[in-house]
Design a binder for this molecule. Structure first.
Ligand SMILES: NC(=O)c1ccc[n+]([C@@H]2O[C@H](COP(=O)([O-])OP(=O)(O)OC[C@H]3O[C@@H](n4cnc5c(N)ncnc54)[C@H](O)[C@@H]3O)[C@@H](O)[C@H]2O)c1
Length: 355
């Protein structure tokens, strides 16, 4: 890997995310340069490129588009966790490596992504659209962020539709699946990504029954309801792929937090049961286990003194994940490349649970 001589960023978060991949660069500090009035999570960055760097940068910035006029790489919504801002990154050097080429890995497929308005879900929606999905349904309780993402994806040439959905409400699931079939005629992919956490991270004695119920409603019951109502539509489409976004804290004990780990554990066990029950019909059900990811969900926790550093130290690859790191794994499980994979557990944690 050759050295990146200069990297200037106006956003600390961006520097954090790129520090490892772009080993050897110097990063300057800056402040937030722009707020978006509605508070929707979005970020726009510009890379000034020389020669082959475009390909390399795409490895880390897969949503970027090239401007022929200015020879810059425009990357909007790279990391869909706020604060909303615009960053400028200038590469004066170059580095070796192969970038991802975007293509039609989901050509013709229709997907619902719950919690699709933010973080991992939003990165997944963008990636699915870039990979040629015929329809990406952003299903979320956050209407403001969801409609902005829908517009962003459409502006970039993708096909996305926002639909309000509270995953804990069975009647809303029925309406959502009906609406998707009415609009697109089929359903191939369901990403059960919506979830909630408790930044207070109470230990067992501090946890309450009310908080437990809320957590299970979103993180476990929401997953069950989604699968239950997607299955008939997938059956009519000739098969399908469900991806449930769990957490490493369903795999290892958490020193803080209680109901979150337990609810994710329930979703983990449910995933394998559903996989076994529906494999004969070509409906695959897999799970993804993110480690520590920079998203709005973790913003408050990561802002607490020492937490980001502690989590980075717990991660052998030496950085926290970006939402796109998880989206790439979800894409694999959504695509036909994983046609022999069901009931599997894809851990994307930078080695955290391998220690
Ligand atoms: N960020 C991490 O470090 C991390 C780590 C492991 C697992 N996860 C899991 O990844 C998933 C996505 O989290 P994220 O970090 O991108 O968080 P996020 O807060 O950025 O996004 C979560 C989205 O889910 C939506 N949502 C919440 N409750 C909902 C409901 N009842 N119905 C519909 N939508 C709802 C929110 O509006 C939001 O848009 C979650 O299931 C989370 O538990 C995150």
């Amino acid at each position: 890997m050759r050295e990146i001589r200069t990297l200037r960023s106006t956003w600390r978060g961006l520097e954090t995310g790129l520090r490892r991949p772009l080993n050897g660069h110097e990063a300057g500090n800056g402040g937030y340069s722009q707020e978006v009035a509605c508070g929707a999570p979005r970020q726009s960055s510009t890379l000034l490129l020389e020669g082959e760097e475009e390909t390399c940068c795409r490895a880390w910035w897969p949503f970027a588009t090239k401007s022929e006029k200015t020879d810059t790489l425009e990357a909007t919504g790279l990391n869909n966790y706020a604060p909303p801002l615009y960053s400028t990154v200038k590469f004066l050097g170059s580095f070796e490596g192969k970038g991802h080429t975007m293509g039609g890995r989901l050509a013709g497929k229709v997907a619902i992504v719950t919690g699709g308005a933010s973080g991992i879900g939003a990165a997944t929606c963008r990636l699915f659209a870039k990979e040629g999905a015929r329809g990406v349904v952003i299903a979320d309780v956050n209407e403001a962020a969801g409609t902005i993402l829908e517009a962003d994806i459409r502006r970039e040439g993708g096909n996305a539709t926002f639909r309000p959905l509270d995953v804990t409400q069975e009647s809303q699931w029925i309406e959502t699946v009906d609406a998707v079939i009415a609009q697109y005629g089929r359903l191939d992919i369901l990403v059960n990504n919506a979830g909630r956490s408790d930044p207070a991270r109470p230990v067992v004695e501090q946890a309450t029954g009310e908080a437990w119920d809320l957590m299970f409603a979103a993180n476990a019951k929401g997953v069950f309801l989604g699968v239950k109502h997607a299955i008939p539509a997938m059956r009519r489409s000739g098969g399908g792929s469900v991806i449930n976004v769990i957490s490493v804290y369903a795999l290892v004990g958490s020193p803080l937090g209680t109901a979150y780990s337990a609810s994710k554990g329930a979703a983990r066990a449910f995933t394998r049961t559903a996989a076994v029950q529906y494999a004969p019909e070509g409906i695959r059900v897999n799970s993804v286990f993110p480690g520590f990811v920079e998203t709005p969900m973790t913003r408050e926790v990561h802002a607490q003194p020492g937490v980001r550093e502690e989590r980075t130290a717990l991660t052998p690859l030496g950085r926290l994940a970006m939402p796109e790191d998880i989206a790439w794994g979800i894409l694999y499980l959504a695509s036909d490349e994983s046609s022999f994979v069901t009931g599997s557990e894809l851990v994307i944690d930078g080695g955290m649970t391998a220690r």
